[in-house]
Design a protein around this ligand. Structure first.
Ligand SMILES: [Zn+2]
Length: 402
């Protein structure tokens, strides 16, 4: 077996040694990139399966390492947490045939495989959906959905207690002289902290813009953290954009417990148990607001203005915390009308899509568009047959525009 692998390795090393990127066409580069990624993932799966086998024996400890993950990390130049994740995933693959097959065929990156294996351990029925999502969505979107499916199948109250018990903030200054801080806790605590930080950062951003300075959002968030620590408070934003939305299914709220598919989650922060939602509804504060939903619908009516009403905007922020373009995890910044406003003069709640700045520009200046439907979906150039402009004739005109 090792002879066969050595031959493959030598052949590949020879090929890559002679590879001249400057001499190939863009189409070839595209193909090489895709094939190399698949080979990378095939090899990552092979490595993890072999390491997991080694970890079953006594031999992994011969180098004096603390755990099999430490051994794998030291031998391969990975971080210990990545190595631990790969070992866990390799063990889990044996129990999930479709994920196993996809990982061995190189169709999943190690991070995708880990997200799916973790969720499928809690809810085996989620496997096909998550594998399908992995083919078109970003890693961030896949992880969000995997977490949702896992949460729906787990006792959220218990999990929430555990998350709270394991809350922490740690900081250190590295050999490079950089101060770093990491923390973890419940989603509602995180949502409150980030709402306060974003509110303060917004004020700092506006101040900087008035003075003609422009730095990344992350830099202003750090300044906001320092300002809050100094207790003087940063200049407050009046935009109201700092609100945190909690999405609750109507039925689940009144029944007190969720059944399959129902959700209670903080938009952008993930699922929370019913007790947390109760608490929020009983003591509303300036940061949290609940959006109560029925199935996939937030109630809202069409109105005649060009911009969504405040209530509609809350709903839109819930529906599209990120850009509506599949594969894009950037926050939604612009609300676009699905039917051109100049034709309909209406702003129906369910006729809006959230776009990030980049995709909003692509739509506005280059004519790209989302394919028909609602929610996250493909984004195509104007000459694509799925572009809504090219499908107009097949579709009856919307009733309310008449
Ligand atoms: Zn986008």
């Amino acid at each position: 077996m090792c002879t066969k692998l050595r031959e493959l390795e030598e052949a590949l090393a020879t090929f890559v040694g002679d590879f001249e990127a400057a001499l190939i066409s863009a189409a070839e580069a595209d193909g090489v990139m895709e094939r190399a990624a698949r080979m990378e993932y095939i090899c990552a799966t092979l490595k993890a399966l072999a390491a997991a086998r080694l970890a079953e024996t006594e031999l992994w400890g011969l180098g004096g390492d603390k755990t099999p993950a430490h051994m794998l990390a030291r031998r391969t130049g990975q971080s210990v947490s990545d190595a631990a994740r790969d070992l866990e995933t390799a063990k889990a693959l044996a129990h999930h045939d479709k994920t196993n097959a996809a990982a061995r065929a190189g169709r999943l990156s190690p991070k995708q495989a880990a997200a799916i294996a973790d969720a499928v351990a809690a809810d085996p029925k989620a496997e096909a959906d998550l594998l399908g999502l992995a083919e078109r969505a970003s890693l961030c979107e896949l992880r969000d959905e995997a977490n949702r499916r896992k949460a729906a199948a787990t006792d959220l109250e218990e999990r929430h207690k555990k998350i709270h018990a394991e809350r922490h903030v740690r900081d250190w200054t590295g050999a490079d002289g950089v101060w770093r801080v990491v923390g973890q806790g419940t989603p509602e605590a995180g949502a409150k902290v980030m709402a306060a930080l974003r509110g303060a950062a917004d004020g700092i951003f506006k101040q900087a813009r008035r003075e003609g300075r422009r730095e990344p959002t992350e830099a202003y968030l750090f300044d906001a953290l320092v300002a809050l620590a100094e207790g003087e408070g940063a200049p407050k934003s009046r935009s109201g954009r700092t609100k945190v939305l909690v999405r609750v299914d109507f039925e689940a709220l009144f029944r007190g417990y969720p059944t399959g598919g129902e959700l209670r989650e903080i938009a952008g922060f993930g699922p929370v148990p019913v007790s947390v939602v109760d608490e929020i509804l009983r003591h509303p504060d300036s940061f949290l607001a609940a959006v109560i939903t029925k199935g996939q619908k937030v109630t809202g009516v069409a109105h005649l203005g060009r911009h969504p009403t405040a209530a509609q905007e809350s709903g839109l922020q819930w529906l599209y915390p990120t850009c509506a373009v599949e594969g894009c995890s950037a926050p939604a910044k612009e609300w676009d009308h699905r039917e051109d406003w100049s034709k309909t003069h209406r702003t129906p709640f369910d006729g809006m899509d959230g776009h990030c700045d980049h995709h909003h520009d692509k739509k506005t200046y280059e004519g790209w568009g989302l394919v028909e439907g609602v929610g996250k979906r493909a984004f195509v150039p104007p000459d694509d047959p799925r572009h809504p402009k090219n499908r107009k004739t097949e579709r009856p005109p919307p009733a309310e525009a008449a």
